[in-house]
Design a binder for this molecule. Sequence first.
Ligand SMILES: Cc1cc2nc3c(=O)[nH]c(=O)nc-3n(C[C@H](O)[C@H](O)[C@H](O)COP(=O)(O)OP(=O)(O)OC[C@H]3O[C@@H](n4cnc5c(N)ncnc54)[C@H](O)[C@@H]3O)c2cc1C
Length: 157
Amino acid sequence: MPDFDVVLIGSGPGGYVAAIHAARQGAKVAIVEQKATEWGGTCLNWGCIPTKTLVQSAEVLRTVRRAAEFGVKVGEPEIDWPAMQERKDRIVKAMRQGVQGLLKSNGVEMVTGRGRAAATSSWRPDRWSPGRPSRAPTSVSPVTPSSASARSPIHWS
Ligand SMILES: Cc1cc2nc3c(=O)[nH]c(=O)nc-3n(C[C@H](O)[C@H](O)[C@H](O)COP(=O)(O)OP(=O)(O)OC[C@H]3O[C@@H](n4cnc5c(N)ncnc54)[C@H](O)[C@@H]3O)c2cc1C
């Protein structure tokens, strides 16, 4: 396993933004995501982005229903649930690829696997791509957020 200055566990907004920032400061950075299909984390795959695409569809429906108020004649609108889902999935996919592209273009090594802090001076993903050296880095220490908004400490297993 190569040495890194910074290793982030989890590719949500917390992880990928920190990874890109660290890489732009010149650090050698890796980020570990346990779910190959969920780069971008909860926000991008299940939370903020998908919900807002569906909310936008609902907004369009509401506006169309009020069309007569604006002097526009339309028929009774119908919800096309599969099309709504397809739009949501397309947007999520594009944004997921965008996050991966940003990480790549900033030189961040993306590792798919379940990461854990094995000790105060090393880390390892449970799965590492075959063919990679297995030497543990010596220059990595787990850190917890120092923000006042972080109410509970992170416990590393
Ligand atoms: C329905 C919903 C709607 C939301 N809407 C909004 C909104 O409109 N605006 C807003 O600001 N926030 C919203 N949020 C909250 C937002 O999603 C979270 O605040 C945000 O995702 C937190 O980012 P994070 O990086 O801390 O964690 P996450 O986005 O949860 O990312 C954590 C990532 O780490 C991975 N991971 C976890 N453990 C390991 C491990 N051991 N090894 C490797 N990978 C691991 C997970 O698979 C995941 O991809 C919403 C949340 C939900 C559920």
